[in-house]
Ligand binder design. Structure first.
Ligand SMILES: [Zn+2]
Length: 263
């Protein structure tokens, strides 16, 4: 029988053994949020869960890894709740939730933890939780954004114009096509491409400066619940993005796992 890499499939003696082996934990964090007329509200949840599964498979036999259940909810800006399907947790509550999840795992004895950040509104929230954990326990989990890991390759292969890959655009739609998720092609629209783009504020998640944070949702109103161009999405692009994410993520996991912090 195949040995499961899912944390929740284990008994406590098996987890005790995993702690003894210094197993690395992956905590994927998604959310449930509307993604336009063409993508299910599970999009962020599905993508981050598939990344966790894929990297655990890729590193099997090399690094002991356990994948936690994906945190299925989180914080979205109120603007995104104009459409049904967006479930919102307040930022401070989410910081505390992530903190408590990590604290439980660290108090159990786990030391190497990677958080996979699968939702654009979570960057600051996750980083605050990780800083608090570091201060309290002297253990420093890392947060990784699959989207950012794929940015370089994606910029080379994308077909959408600037503003075509923010929310429900080419990047997410391509991945969901590749994962054989229920994507409604007949609902594809490119009427809500992000038109704003400047030297300081990139009108796209995959291009330009990251020196300024100014929420897309406050710059331009969306009519359909997306910012982007799903019409240029393809399964082929999705596969290339996914393979790039798994390659870069496994490189970082090796670096993170084998590094012994100086004392
Ligand atoms: Zn999304």
């Amino acid at each position: 029988m195949e040995v499961s890499f899912y944390f929740v499939d284990k008994t406590w003696p098996e987890l005790e053994e995993a702690i003894r082996q210094n197993a690395l934990l992956i905590l994927p964090i998604g959310t449930i949020e509307e993604h336009g007329r063409h993508l299910p509200v599970s999009t962020d949840y599905v993508i981050v869960s598939e990344v966790a599964r894929g990297v655990a498979e890729k590193l099997k036999g090399e690094i002991p890894i356990l994948v936690l259940p994906t945190l299925w909810t989180g914080y979205s800006a109120r603007e995104v709740a104009r459409w049904p399907g967006t479930i919102r947790i307040r930022p401070l509550v989410l910081i505390q939730l992530i903190h408590d999840l990590l604290a439980s795992l660290i108090e159990m004895g786990f030391k190497k933890i990677i958080v996979l950040d699968g939702h654009g509104h979570h960057k600051g929230i996750i980083e605050v939780a990780l800083r608090e954990i570091g201060d309290e326990y002297g253990i420093y989990p890392a947060s990784v954004s699959p989207a950012s890991l794929s940015a370089e390759l994606y910029s080379r292969i994308r077909k959408s114009p600037i503003g075509g890959s923010i929310h429900g655009g080419e990047w997410e739609t391509s991945l969901m096509l590749f994962f054989k998720q229920p994507v409604k092609k007949e609902e594809f629209t490119n009427e809500d491409i992000m038109r704003y783009h400047s030297e300081f504020v990139p009108g796209d998640n995959f291009l330009g400066s990251k020196g300024v944070f100014w929420s897309t949702w406050g710059i331009q109103k969306s009519e359909t619940g997306i910012y982007g161009d799903p019409t240029s999405a393809s399964e082929k692009t999705g596969r290339a993005i996914y393979e790039e994410i798994l390659e870069k993520l496994s490189q970082f996991i090796r670096e993170f796992y084998f590094y012994e912090p100086e004392s």
